[in-house]
Design a protein. Sequence first.
Length: 260
Amino acid sequence: MKCAEVINILQEQAAESYACDWDNVGLLVGSREKEIKKIYIALDASDEAVQEAVSIGADLLLTHHPLIFRGMKRITDDDFIGRRVIAMIRADLSYYAMHTNFDVMGMADLAAEYLKLNDCVPLEVTCVEDGAAQGIGRTGNLLETMKLSECCQMVKEAFELAGVAVFGNLDMSVKRVAVCPGAGKSDVQRALEAGADVYITGDIDHHTGIDAVSCGMAVIDAGHYGIEHIFIQYMKQFINERMPNISVEVQKRSDPFQIV
């Protein structure tokens, strides 16, 4: 199957037009005419992901986060981005990223499903299509009211996490939830305005966390990778179902940092 054909099917899941203006999604390295027989999926185009994709003979590397965000005036091995791009070109490895377009048309609903939320609406509306709002994150309700401590345990089990960071009184009751996979600091105010009892996201700093609690909302920081790793298995299943003739391998689950 040509790379262009693969891209057309990927866009049925999350068209590039849904990406935020500041983002850089789509085919970032390689030719649309390349034959794709094997795809390797990772969250980031790290050195390890590129090396593993090359070592297994993958034709396409598919990630959530794009390696290239800004314009590049030179591509050399003097920096990590250039080094990885050169490695891809040498191996004839094409590279495609699905970032905020997948956040809007996949990640948000998927995270809400993991948490079993109901009556969900977008947390941050990015567009309205045929009268329906689409956007990043979701706000919804838990199946039943629970303590914040119980909600933390639920998040750990849902996303298979060793632990989470929490801001708030562990004995407080929570029912309405806002969830934003990835870095959710910029949507704290939206979560407050949506009436969330608890905001589940990642990359929350000290002041943002304590300020949210002062405003009456608890925060569970499940980590940036902690929630977004669900992209990998979801896209593997999507490709297996829609492109059964293409072999798919994925990067093993590995948190980017350790707590010692």
